[in-house]
Write a protein that binds this ligand. Structure first.
Ligand code: GSH
Length: 221
């Protein structure tokens, strides 16, 4: 059997979710190694000392270890589905939107989702500040189906797992907010074959067991 790239992954990690979604959209199958974050396999830490998932080990002469989810997405979509990297909004603009979002939204999401007595502000403050960022994305959509145009792009799957987490903290509340384009966008992704395939359950990887293939060659969505 042809050697596949290896992906160390954790099913619920938003960074790993977006990496898996990009592999699906690029129809790049991998050997999937599901990890438990508290017991990271030695093989993964040897490949990438920083100890975060996802980590991709390209096969053969395809290149070096990639241990940043966005880099994995770019690696996958460059192989197949390069149109996701361009369009009316250029790749550099998409990367700028992603970087801004990660810088502003992710800390608010964490403060909202994991709110506790030590938090500086009340939960609602983080919830509403994050909603402002979602409103800006919503207004930028101008009723189109995806964030930057009528078709999905890198930026859509880069942001989706985090907006999903935010919405799921209080789905009833989220569905009552005035962000119709983003709500429809979110529900569409949640129902997509791409997301469903990305969320398949796999047993935790052990070095001596049979290889688990994350087979996405058939394509989805
Ligand atoms: N910038 C990294 C962040 C990845 C990340 O933080 N992943 C979390 C899981 S969601 C992780 O592996 N944390 C290490 C740990 O919990 O030990 C990326 O985009 O890949």
């Amino acid at each position: 059997m042809k050697q596949l790239p290896v992906l160390y992954s954790f099913r619920r990690c938003p960074y790993a979710i977006r990496a898996r979604m990009s592999l699906i959209e690029a129809k790049v199958s991998v050997e999937l190694r599901e990890v438990v974050l508290k017991e990271k396999p030695q093989e993964m830490v040897e490949a990438s000392a920083k100890g975060t998932v996802p980590v991709l080990l390209p096969s053969g002469d395809q290149g070096e270890v990639i241990d940043e989810s966005l880099e994995i997405m770019l690696w996958a979509l460059t192989q197949n589905n390069t149109q996701w990297l361009s369009g009316p909004v250029t790749l550099s603009k998409q990367l700028e939107i992603i970087a801004d979002f990660e810088k502003s939204f992710k800390p608010l999401l964490d403060s909202y989702k994991y709110h506790d007595d030590q938090s500086e502000h009340g939960r609602t403050q983080y919830q509403l500040e994050a909603l402002e960022i979602i409103k800006q994305l919503n207004d930028g959509m101008k009723n189109s189906d995806y964030l930057t145009c009528s078709q999905p792009r890198l930026v859509d799957i880069a942001l989706f797992p985090f907006i999903r987490q935010y919405a799921h903290v209080d789905m009833d509340w989220f569905s009552r907010q005035n962000v119709k384009s983003i709500q429809e966008w979110l529900y569409r992704w949640l129902e997509s074959d791409c997301f469903k395939l990305a969320m398949q359950k796999f047993r935790v990887w052990k070095p001596d067991q049979e290889v688990t293939v994350f087979d996405v060659s058939g394509g989805m969505r």
